[in-house]
Design a protein around this ligand. Structure first.
Ligand code: G6P
Length: 372
């Protein structure tokens, strides 16, 4: 049941392990003969979705990082400009909303007050609001024009894990649906990307097999004072999420950066022994970005950084420069975040556990923040 740990040492350990199901259940029934079908959006009609000129994603915390990942997919596939905004920043600055703007909110609980206020504001301003939510009948979906539920199952641990991958899965379904009604991807491309999405649960299961290696790494790193995370393209929001998990669970100062920004500031932080996680894009799928990130790795390694690389299975280019390599299965570029986030979740959980901390109930945090 939702209220017991089912033999796991924590709810978080259980929920991390449930991620293949969280994604599979979110996809279930929504892909028919290889084509995405979202009945929840039927009332809009394809015409209305085809007319959208801009999407504003609003969310807080981990959900906002799911939104940042989805921006890459929506713009690539559906060719609609996407802005990702923290709910509380959006709500109080007189944002420009037109009636062809779609506001897409993301919330595990559906009760986050900042996000709820932003949705209400957007609707009053005349925008159409769709919510991505994990909790049936919650307030945010009730205040929205439509809801696409994630089916991650109840998430008990304060730090969000399985809801995050389920949010990305739901957002990708939405992006593929949008691409179809807007005619921005061919049928062959739609089928190919949809098949990639369907292959994710099994690939997450494979990634989870890295648990022991990550635990060992975490055990060595309990004395770290600060940890940096670098990523590029969809790996950037994953770097941010990896840093957030470490702050939340292990109370270690952690910061995520876009790898391309390294030389514009963060490289000044690198000194001998500084641990840096690097999310490396695929050498096959992202042949144009891979060498740039490898050269970032060389730059920080030359300054003594302790480099922990998350790279695609078979990526030989990173091996000479990494202290530790964690492998993820092959996936198309936009799908890598669903895999790369897993070792980062495990790392934060294992490091917090090694420090004797309560991973389900970190200090000062609440599962759902129902005040502004
Ligand atoms: C809290 C939780 C986070 C979560 C955020 C947004 O801060 O501790 O884990 O990401 O709220 O929550 P929501 O329910 O809106 O996804």
């Amino acid at each position: 049941s939702a209220s017991d740990k089912g033999g796991w040492s924590s709810f978080m350990a259980k929920e991390v392990s449930e991620q293949p199901d969280a994604v599979a259940n979110t996809l279930r029934g929504r892909i028919v003969d290889g084509v995405v079908v979202i009945p929840e959006l039927a009332e809009f009609g394809d015409d209305a979705l085809a007319r959208i000129r801009r999407i504003v994603i609003i969310a807080c915390g981990t959900a906002a990082y799911a939104g940042q990942v989805a921006k890459y997919a929506i713009e690539k596939w559906a060719k609609v400009p996407v802005d990702v905004e923290l709910s509380h920043e959006f709500r109080y600055r007189d944002p420009v909303l037109e009636n062809d703007t779609l506001v897409l909110s993301i919330s595990q609980s559906g009760e986050t007050m900042d996000t709820l206020m932003a949705v209400k504001y957007a609707r009053e301003a005349g925008a159409v609001a769709i919510s991505i939510c994990n909790t049936q009948g919650a307030t945010i979906p009730r205040e929205s024009n439509a809801v696409i539920y994630t089916h991650a199952g109840p998430e008990v641990a304060v730090a969000s894990t399985k809801a995050f991958v389920a949010q990305i899965a739901a957002l990708y379904l939405f992006a593929l649906h949008l691409a179809r009604v807007r005619g921005t991807l061919s049928s062959a491309e739609l089928l190919e990307q949809t098949a990639e999405l369907q292959a994710i649960p099994e690939k997450i299961a494979t990634t989870l097999l890295q648990g022991d290696a990550v635990r060992q790494l975490a055990t060595w790193m309990t004395d770290s004072r600060a940890v940096l995370f670098l990523g590029r393209h969809v790996g950037f929001p994953i770097a941010l999420e990896g840093a957030l998990k470490l702050k939340e669970l292990a109370y270690i100062h952690a910061e995520g950066f876009a790898a391309g920004e390294l030389k514009h500031g963060p490289i000044a932080l690198i000194e001998p022994g500084q641990p840096v996680f690097v999310v490396v894009p695929s050498p096959r799928g992202s042949a144009h970005l891979h060498p740039k990130v490898v050269s970032n790795i060389q730059e920080i390694r030359a300054r003594g950084a302790r480099v922990i690389v998350i790279a695609e299975q078979g990526d030989a280019a990173v091996l000479p420069f990494a202290d530790t390599v964690i492998h993820i299965p092959l996936a198309a570029p936009l799908f890598e975040p669903l895999l790369a986030v897993v070792p980062l979740q495990l790392f934060a959980m294992e490091l917090a556990t090694a420090k004797g901390l309560d991973v389900d109930q970190p200090r000062n945090l609440a599962k759902s923040v129902t005040v502004e």
